[in-house]
Design a protein around this ligand. Sequence first.
Ligand code: FES
Length: 111
Amino acid sequence: MPSLTVEGVGTFAVPEGKRLVLALTDEAGIDQLHACGGNARCTTCRVEFVSGEPPTMTDAERSVLAARGLSGVRLSCQILCDHDMTVRAISRFAGSGRKDAGSRPADAIPQ
Ligand code: FES
């Protein structure tokens, strides 16, 4: 199983191929935001990679990051845990002022 390290939180074994956004909430147990429910629209699932950043992006991730002028972050709803990675969780529910973290993303990345 790949390992996911969240800076300042810990290192967790994650089922191969699990969506990173779900691994952050389930295995790492953090209050990761995912306001659009994992559909590459809100960008609140963003993380910063320390190591293991995937070399490829879904078309949806590329397009929403470009539309918002974002760089240096990746969308955890568009990434699968298929190798070891270390991230900074920079977009959390606590202190966000939102009413909730967002509905739970589906198990698979929507096509
Ligand atoms: S872009 Fe909204 S949850 Fe990923």
